[in-house]
Design a protein around this ligand. Structure first.
Ligand code: SF4
Ligand code: MG
Length: 320
């Protein structure tokens, strides 16, 4: 199939315990009914404010969390309920690049071993073969030749993220889920790391699920983009049409808040009312209605479903 990943109605609810006997008193709907597809060799950007469930969605797709409901089809195979050996097998093809390169690398391990570990765990290789493979990987991500015997703390944030990227590539995965891979880095090194990811995508034939809250970063990286709000996908579109003609009032507000690089272009900024509500007892109807400048009466009563309103452009909103 031309899609490497297909997500159908994915849900991830956490029970909320309360009271003296710690009864379940409600659910956190961290991911509520997420559906999208990623074509092979492309990048799907998942964007939304912090706490909207995008990282939880990424972890659920990697099967680090057990989905409450829905389906995850990876490379033509239903991986939703895999466990044990078959889950371990599929993990080779699905890797993650984490947000914080300071916390995600073992400080006690040599850089070479950090990168070698996944290969060592999965494949029978001689020490010489393994070392050669790791040196090649370190070189491909642009680390110095002597990086192998050093430790993560001897490197800058950008270089540490390169170590994390080399490790994620070690098993030659098909899909990489990058969760805010540059948001902990200085702005000056962000684009270097993003461009490295793009080059590696070409070279290793990778498909990306790229998670970020920063719309300019997502724009730089993605072919298609999905916008999440309170655990729900509210809009999905090709990049160009999303930025040129967003449909959902939430997407419009997010895009209007991107600072313009051209000072002559004055933008009308939509300021959203209030904060993101808690996902514990999310608003009735459209989850965005308490903050939406366009809300109508029906918006608090009925939840809009994601539907295609322009070619390959989907939106969940009663205005369409
Ligand atoms: Fe706004 Fe209603 Fe559309 Fe929700 S459904 S985004 S509240 S107009
Ligand atoms: Mg996150």
């Amino acid at each position: 199939s031309k899609n490497l990943l297909e997500i159908h109605n994915l849900k991830l609810y956490y029970p909320v315990k309360g009271g003296f006997f710690k009864h379940t008193v409600g659910n956190v709907k961290a991911v509520d009914n997420l559906s999208f597809k990623i074509k092979r060799g492309t990048t799907f950007g998942l964007v939304g404010e912090s706490g909207c469930g995008k990282s939880t969605a990424g972890r659920t797709i990697l099967r680090l969390l057990k989905p409450t409901d829905g389906k995850i089809i990876f490379d033509g195979k239903d991986i939703t309920n895999l466990t044990g050996k078959s889950l371990r097998e599929i993990r080779k093809d699905l890797q993650m690049v984490f947000q914080d390169p300071y916390a995600s690398l073992n400080p006690m391990q040599m850089v070479g071993d950090i990168v070698a570990e996944p290969i060592y765990n999965y494949k029978k290789k001689s020490q010489a073969e393994l070392k050669k493979e790791v040196r090649d990987l370190l070189e491909k991500v642009g680390l110095p030749k002597d990086a192998y015997y050093k430790y993560a703390h001897e490197f800058s944030g950008g270089q540490r993220q390169r170590i994390g990227i080399a490790r994620s590539l070690a098993l030659r995965p098909k899909l990489i889920i990058a969760d805010e891979p540059v948001s902990a880095l200085d702005v000056s090194v962000q684009s270097q790391v993003l461009n490295l990811l793009k080059d590696l995508q070409e070279e290793f034939d990778l498909t990306f699920l790229f998670i970020a809250h920063d719309l300019s970063v997502v724009k730089h990286m993605s072919d298609r983009i999905g916008v999440m709000y309170l655990g729900n996908m509210v809009e999905i579109s090709e990049k160009t049409s999303l930025y040129a003609a967003p449909l959902h009032p939430y997407t419009k507000a997010l895009i209007s808040a991107i600072p313009s690089s051209d000072p002559r272009k004055k933008k009308v900024r939509t300021i959203l009312k209030g904060d993101v509500p808690s996902p514990v007892n999310p608003p009735s109807g459209c989850p965005f209605h308490p903050r939406c400048p366009m809300a109508k009466e029906e918006c608090s009563k009925y939840k809009p479903v994601l539907k295609e309103v322009k070619p390959s452009h989907q939106v969940a909103c009663h205005l369409y």
